[in-house]
Design a protein around this ligand. Sequence first.
Ligand code: NAP
Length: 212
Amino acid sequence: MRFLLPKDEGELSIGIMGGTFDPIHIGHLVTAEEARRQFNLNHVVFMPTGNPPHKDRTRITDAEHRYLMTLLAVVDNPFFTVSRMEIDSQDTTYTVDTVRHFTKLYNSKLTLYFITGADAILDITTWKDYKMLLKSCAFIAASRPGYSFSKLKVILGDAFPEVIKRVHLLEIPAMAISSTFLRRRVAEGKTIRYLTPESVEQYIYKNRLYVR
Ligand code: NAP
């Protein structure tokens, strides 16, 4: 899957945008675009989760639906792509393995960032091989308005200094919305117009996702 390497095979900066995307919304899109600009990324690869270790699969929408909604949402941005790598995996998917895959593919030419929600980072010391992961890539943590490093400091405790060296906090006002908020609105028969691209909104209605 070496689809991203430019023809001149020069230095490459990639952001892997990891998330459940159930469903994808404008907060995710604004985060990815802001990260791309601030960190000079050549590409952002959206990576919908497959079988994450920390979630009950039966409570997440089918991976194919989450993948297709993500694809619809990013199709008009030439810097964004979506990977099937985690959703096609039969095994439990760990971020360290995903990152290792990209590192192997591009060797030393690659600068890698893992972009995700700041709340997900709070649990990072429970992730598989997190010390190795922190060596392999830097993190861009999208926070909701008003979030601060002090919350991370309290929760991470002794691990805080080593984690924080590798984490860039990115405040995203549009992250005031969440996937949970969208799912709840659909279940209550409320509109989600403008909270996600129209194509995703239509996909949700057509496939009767999130209705009770
Ligand atoms: P989550 O617990 O569902 O989400 C935590 C918070 O972060 C939510 O507020 C969520 O908002 C937000 N968020 C999630 N992804 C985001 C993104 N890409 N950009 C901005 N905000 C985001 O987290 P998750 O989605 O399951 O996991 C996030 C990533 O961490 C995934 O790639 C997952 O594979 C990885 N992870 C790895 C391990 C491991 O390797 N052991 C363990 C846990 C998580 P929304 O609900 O609005 O998205």
